[in-house]
Design a protein around this ligand. Sequence first.
Ligand SMILES: [Zn+2]
Length: 495
Amino acid sequence: MRTKIAASWIVAHQKGKHILLRDGELVYEDNKIVFVGQQFSGEVDTVIDAKGKLVAPGFIDTHVHSGHRASHRLITDTGRPMYYGQPFLEISVPKEGKVVKGDPRYLKHGDKGSAAAFELNASFTVAELLRNGVTTFVEYGSQLSVQDALLAEVTRLGGRAYLAPGYDCGRWVADEEGRLKRVRNDQLGVDGFKTALSWIERNDGAAGGRVRGILVPREVETSSLEVLKMTVEAADQHKLPMATHAAYSVIEFYEVVKEHLKTPIELLDSIGMLRPTLNIGHGNFISDNPNLNYSVHNDLALMGRAGASISHCPINIVRRARTLDNWQGYREAGVNLSIGSDTYPRDMIMNMRTASYLGKITGHSYFAAPAAEVFEAATLGGARSVGRDDLGRLEAGALADIIIIDLSGRNTLRYGPVRDPVKSVVECGVGDDVETVIVDGRIVVKDGVIPGVDFAKLRSQAQEAGEQIWDTLEEWDPLGRTHEDACPWCYPMAQ
Ligand SMILES: [Zn+2]
């Protein structure tokens, strides 16, 4: 079946670069794009009218932690200074001997209510991503049951995903006084690695090729050197992409330097892990970052020389008073920049805008991080990070992963007059402006609706799950705080 989209604007692709096409046509047949240009002369079965709209490649979100992220709502405008802004230490580190309550990512298969929690976790994630025009996402190492549930939802609702259980050699816990400590278990990392590899062997290519595997040793400081080396070897052997949190936290940077006498990036370089298909989350605390005051500035050059990718998650990290320093410097060094949502909202348009504005501030220039570059990062950058040249671009031969963005902001005044559609989307858009989403040649979001998904129901289930998470903080929080102690209401609550 052949479908033609006739649009006011198309972000087309030519000779390795995005170009703008005005009043153009895009034709796809089955799951592939067969034509992008001014006018298609052949026969088609259906026509989609995209007048007043921008047709663009689907976004690629390279840093997704699945779920509704209710626990993250406990650190808005607050937190413990000794974590230097690192969010997961605030909300995922339990008192030793306790477990984090409520978040399905820490539930065990077979726990009471776990099946429903895994299902909600997966439905919310996949639906939110699709609604925001994300046609491919990388899940950053949640446990096996979460991956199984995501696989089922991606198969049901559409979308492409890079999935597989992550692994580590023991996580952080806190002692009675709330001090951080590592419970190290190297065997756990080796076993986890084997589990991940066998999950990938079973599921790589599932959902008609839309689900692919990725190796995710969760964090560089919670991985033994042995496990990192096993990861590189398996990536080479099975041609798999990799992802890991590295150069992402002050504490991690210091811990790695202390243990290995190398920065996190130097460590990855020393075992040959740096490459375009290594997605470094977030790669902002590198030795070149002036805030670290490290006296050798070699990390950016190492990453750039290898063309390594970073998943930059501008909204999530700026909420913790951090950012990439700086966009322009990373680009010039040769780092492949991609964009991730990390937590919430899973809105790639808001993330592009934030990346652009912060890039201008840290680059001290209004030329820095222009709309063209952040849009490229959200599409082509993501595709490069997983080694794909058939995604993130609209040209004949590429896969039909296409979004249609309504430049009237779904009948509002937010856009005002539109001259350059990409600049307008980056400056004035929100994810909800995505009206239609096509993945692998199949319409999965139509007029903002995902068939088989009830947003109201998902919202109320997520709210209920969130209330449970907030109400049980006291049971595992190292300092025994209630959610009201940990995160006071914005204003005093009326009595
Ligand atoms: Zn992350």
